[in-house]
Design a protein around this ligand. Structure first.
Ligand code: ADP
Ligand code: GLC
Length: 492
């Protein structure tokens, strides 16, 4: 076999682990370079220069300056992190603020998010189309609405380009919609203001514009790729997605084995493998201690999640008394909607020692929970892929999940046949409603009381292939197809 020609890909996003993370997007963007590298793909990640990013990177080179990037002075910095090449778009006026990438410290979204992420998109498109000396790429890969405009800018600013474009949908519920008056600030030709361009229900739609412009669209699981073509999941974009279904594919996320392995995890008091599962007991004790839970032999359920409607957290709140009545305990780590936070805190007050909630974001603690908890609850109403159930699999923390999107694609339900064959890795329920969740929790508690069965499930999960191997190969194939297609179009 002749070795494939190396390709270089510009992966553009608003977050990437370990520099800045609010959710699974960061994990995926941070893990992709290593996932595709074995297939001859050199990936450079491009991020906005938030203070968190600038503070975490080492020596940088300034590779470009824009005196006026949509009205702001900007610099492009190049460096290397954790083995991947990184470009940072430093625009102090747009990104030099405290808070999260999207909101201030009180959770209020920045009012100029449209301009901020348009600037990211424009700069990325210029880099990808070769306007920045010394940088050249074969494919631009934009993640979610915050980067999607990069594909739209490429479409309008470099229609005859050779560089291909992909937009990956990590969550179609977030679409980047802004008022029509933003259009005048985007630096796009007038023709872009059309239903075939960036106009969306009378305003500007970033994700919509990117999805129309991209040469290929991916989302993060095959089931979600099917779901977003329906009104129930497409959030208004189902028509557009359906019209471009020949360009759409679902590629399930993997997990980064360097960050998530119970054999080497520095955040676990006790490391272990599928062959030494008994050692896990020490982590369970540490988890009880850390969360102030009563000691006991019954199962500890865990939740590590944004506390949001998407995640079905309101459904879970209705099941909490039941978990306790059946002898279970629960450790929750998350933050989000004030009502949901309050619901969990109330339940914890009602059940001291049995339910504990920690409001906040705490990466090391999330590792201890996966390494010491018995089962992870993921009762999402929709879930494009979901990563916490994959971490649960890797750590022998059995996932109990709603049968939707990536949850359905990654967990094998403990039905009779799967149990008999020893291939079950978790529990499914359907539809996402209190009844089903309640029944799944009961089933989990029953199965936990059968140690041999439970152990077989843990081992099956730990042995499942949730690495990036296959998905890295699929992305690499997609990049190559795009390049081939663009070249043949250009020479046709
Ligand atoms: P989403 O991106 O929709 O929030 P995912 O399951 O894909 O859901 O990814 C969530 C990521 O964020 C996982 O890495 C999970 O461990 C992490 N996470 C979520 N909430 C917290 C928290 N409160 N503390 C630490 N990590 C968290
Ligand atoms: C989004 C989705 C989640 C997915 C993550 C990474 O945040 O909500 O399901 O795992 O992106 O792709």
């Amino acid at each position: 076999m002749t070795p494939a020609v190396p390709l270089s890909i510009l992966s553009v996003a608003s977050e990437a682990f370990p520099l800045v993370k609010t959710g699974g997007l960061a994990d995926v963007v941070g893990a992709l370079p290593a996932a595709v590298e074995p297939h001859g793909i050199a990936m450079t990640v491009m991020l906005p220069g938030y203070p968190a990013v600038l503070g975490r990177i080492g020596p940088v080179r300034t590779v470009h300056r824009w005196p006026d990037l949509l009205g702001a002075e900007a610099r492009l910095l190049a460096t290397q992190v954790d083995g991947f090449a990184l470009l940072v778009l430093d625009v102090p006026e747009l990104f030099g603020r405290p808070g999260t990438p999207y909101a201030d410290a009180d959770g209020a979204e920045w009012s100029d998010n449209g301009l901020r992420f348009a600037a990211l998109g424009l700069a990325a498109a210029q880099v990808a189309m070769g306007s920045v000396p010394g940088l050249s790429f074969d494919v631009l890969h934009a993640h979610d609405w915050q980067a999607a405009m990069a594909a739209a800018y490429l479409r309008y600013l470099a229609p005859d380009r050779r560089v291909g474009s992909i937009v990956t949908i990590h969550n179609i519920a977030f679409q980047g919609r802004f008022d029509a008056d933003l259009f005048g600030s985007l630096g796009l030709p007038a023709e872009a203001w059309s239903i075939d361009g960036v106009e969306y229900y009378g305003g500007v739609g970033f994700l919509k514009a990117g999805l129309l412009a991209a040469d290929a669209i991916t989302t993060v699981s095959p089931s979600y790729a099917d779901e977003i073509r329906t009104p129930a999941f497409g959030m208004g974009l189902e028509g557009l997605i359906g019209g471009r279904r020949d360009r759409l594919s679902g590629i399930v996320n993997g997990i980064d084995p360097v960050v998530w392995s119970p054999v080497s995890d520095p955040d676990l008091p006790q490391r272990y493998s599928a062959d030494t599962l008994d050692l896990r007991a020490a982590n369970k004790r540490a988890l009880e201690e850390e969360f102030g839970l009563e000691r006991g032999d019954g199962p500890i359920f865990i939740v590590v999640s944004r506390l949001a409607w998407q995640k079905g957290m309101d459904l879970l709140i209705d099941c909490l008394d039941q978990i306790v009545a059946l002898g279970g305990r629960l450790a929750i780590l998350g933050s989000g909607d004030a009502d949901l936070e309050r619901g969990f805190i109330d339940a914890a007050d009602r059940h001291p020692g049995r339910i504990t909630v920690r409001i906040g974001y705490d990466e090391p603690r999330s590792h201890l929970m996966q390494g010491g908890g018995d089962a992870i609850l993921v009762p999402s109403r929709f879930e494009p892929c979901g990563l916490t159930q994959l971490y649960g699999l890797a750590y022998g923390c059995v996932p109990v999940v709603a049968r939707t999107g990536g949850l359905a694609d990654t967990i094998i339900d403990a039905n009779e046949a799967a149990l008999a064959a020893g291939v079950a890795t978790g529990l499914h329920y359907d539809p996402a409603a209190v009844d089903g969740l309640d029944r799944a929790i009961r089933r989990a508690i029953d199965l936990f009381a059968q140690p041999d069965v439970w152990r077989t499930m843990q081992r099956a999960g730990m042995g499942a292939d949730f690495t990036w191997a296959e998905s890295g190969r699929r992305y690499a194939r997609l990049y190559r197809d795009l390049v081939r297609h663009r070249v043949s179009e250009g020479t046709a």
